[in-house]
Design a protein around this ligand. Structure first.
Ligand code: PHE
Length: 339
């Protein structure tokens, strides 16, 4: 018995197999129920009692050896699999779960894309600002209600450090160090001390536009805004400019577009007027140009500022502003787009 085990150990050590079929034949030969190793196990009954311990041990070693050898050959086949034409190299990889852009980013990127086609470049300014850049340089009189504690977040009781309430603050920064012509967009987040509800939030986003050069007129402003409205909301969109007031523009206007939800017929979104307001605009007030060191007798310009949330609501009909800042993936996953 011991000799038979020894012979088999040697035999197993020299097993070779060229492919899986040959290997399977070897496994059957040695390890299946009727295989050579199993046969020895059957004969174990006949081993004398005093030898049982030693022979049992040898038998177990033999069985393990056979198993190891076969596994070893199998693994060597697996590591060679790339050479084996059974591997399907055309199979697509496991699909990665791709994230989606935030709807406000989609809108912002689209606005930037539209204006960049007519030569606007981009700049950003700080969210934590001083009184001069947010109000002073922009021609806000000292007692103007927009500086009131109710609208503006001030920092550490210092009325000169505040969170910007509009991106117009970037206008005053850019104009102070850049010579005209200036044709730029300023996207960014702004803050106002408002109670949070479905239609108001303490922070939101704006995109500001500024164009300063010689001979810039209100007609240029209107043309740029009409181009924007049609690109953003479709060829049939109409615009309407209503006179308004901002300290930093003169004349000032607010722009409405024909409601793109009802096509101008009247619906709850446009309060049955057929029009929705999307931005404020106007010709840059000469005082602002002078405050920023630009000669107002040589240069003129226009500015506009729009709310990104507002435009996103119009485009995607999001009814509750709070959804934008809750990070609920079920909401965010609905926005798949190229931008
Ligand atoms: N800053 C204004 C606002 O926040 C919008 C605006 C920008 C108006 C530029 C005119 C010109 O309401």
């Amino acid at each position: 018995m011991k000799n038979r085990i020894k012979d088999l150990v040697q035999e197993i050590e020299s097993i070779v197999a060229k492919n899986n079929d040959e290997l399977e034949a070897m496994r059957i030969k040695y390890l299946s129920k009727k295989g050579l190793v199993s046969e020895l196990f059957n004969d174990f009954r006949n081993v004398a009692n005093e030898e049982k311990r030693e022979v049992g041990q040898l038998l177990n070693e033999l069985k393990n050896k056979a198993q190891d050898k076969i596994n070893e050959i199998k693994e060597s086949f697996e590591s060679l699999q790339t050479d084996d034409n059974k591997t399907d190299l055309t199979r697509s990889a496991d699909p990665l779960k791709v994230g989606t852009r935030h709807p406000l980013s989609l809108t912002k990127n689209e606005i930037i894309d539209i204006f960049s086609r007519i030569g606007f470049t981009i700049a950003e300014g700080p969210e934590i600002e001083d009184d001069w850049h947010v109000f002073g340089a922009l021609n806000f009189p000292p007692e103007h209600p927009a500086r009131d504690m109710q609208d503006t977040f001030f920092i550490e009781q210092n009325p000169d450090v505040l969170l910007r309430t509009h991106t117009s603050s970037v206008q005053s920064r850019i104009m102070a160090y850049q010579k005209p012509p200036i044709r730029m967009l300023f996207p960014g987040r702004v803050f106002r001390n408002e109670a949070i509800s479905y239609r108001a939030h303490c922070f939101f986003h704006q995109v500001e536009g500024l164009y300063i050069d010689k001979n810039v007129s209100f007609a240029d402003l209107k043309q740029a805004l009409m181009y924007f409205a049609k690109e953003m909301f479709g060829e049939h969109t109409e615009i309407r400019l209503r006179p308004s007031y901002f300290p930093f523009t003169e004349p000032s206007a607010e722009m409405d577009i024909s409601c793109n939800i009802c096509g101008g017929k009247g619906c709850p979104f446009c309060k049955h007027t057929g029009w929705v307001e999307i931005l404020g605009c106007g010709m840059v007030d000469p005082n602002v140009l002078e405050n920023c060191g630009i000669d107002s007798t040589v240069y003129s310009g226009y500015a506009f500022g729009m709310g990104v949330e507002r435009i996103t609501n119009l485009k995607y009909q999001v009814k509750d502003l709070r959804l934008f800042s809750e990070n609920d993936v079920r909401f965010l996953e609905q926005f798949k787009s190229a931008y």
